[in-house]
Design a protein around this ligand. Sequence first.
Ligand code: OXD
Length: 324
Amino acid sequence: MKFVVWKAYHLESSEIVDRYLAIVRELVSGHQYVICDDEEDVKREVVDADVMLCWKITPEVFARAQKLRWIQFGSAGIDHTVFPELLNSHVILTTLAGIHRVVVAEHVLALMLALARRLNLAASLQLQHNYDRAEIAATADVLAGKTVGIIGLGRIGLNIARLAKAFEMTVVGTKRVLDGELPNVDQVYGAGDYRRILPLSDFLVLAVPLTAETHALIGRKEIEMMKPHSCLINVARGAMVDHDALADALKSGKLRGAALDVFPQEPLPSNSPIWDLPNVIITPHAAASHPGYAESAAYIFKKNLTAFLRGEPMTNVYDRSRGY
Ligand code: OXD
């Protein structure tokens, strides 16, 4: 069996990715294993490949593949790389969904705390060697007693709910399939009713996959419906939010703050006005970064490889009808 790894985009060199690839190499020993750095190499190697590991595949690469049966992607969401030929094929697509449930939930809590405690203001004062506490003292707040609205009570969302409860918050949220009570959630709505949580939430968190339904989820109208002086936290995808409307709401004071890990265009262009808004915390699509990533990703790959070789059902199979 031939495995091709396309070590590009988010799988390009980093210590974590190198560790992941070392584990993968061990797992597939006994099989042919090729690592490609650029698209020309992949186009040549993919022709007789059975399995591909990549962060992204292009229509040009996919068109060359004659034997491909399985693609393991190196991310939880693959919205950035699906195209009709891929979706209409019989190639099994598996993702790393679920891998981020602990780290992204912790990141969200860190962002809520940072927004409430004005840590971004403290960091900018520190850079100026400025010990003036007046603005922080006047605006710092607590999480206890506040409401977090979580759009997407999936694996990450439910972990955010669990952590928020430890901070004595009320938790409301939405779920695509309503199938019984959810732990740590005070009120749950169907995905189509997500607007109902906007006026309730002091912190609105986006934790859903990007699909046709979640694209442009938060526009000008939805921002208008949000609770005055609330905060938006996006750890999902930038395309869910109208950033012009968001910038206006942050400038006017309609929203107290935002913490953004994802953007409509990544990297966020250096001339974007979002950079300079004092009430915004930006993390560069880093909500999922942590040293355990390689092991967790390799664990999913190992499970799937074992199932694939035995012809058994695989985990994290991308559902073409759901879009994640
Ligand atoms: C992902 C991510 O894995 O955004 O989808 O990090």
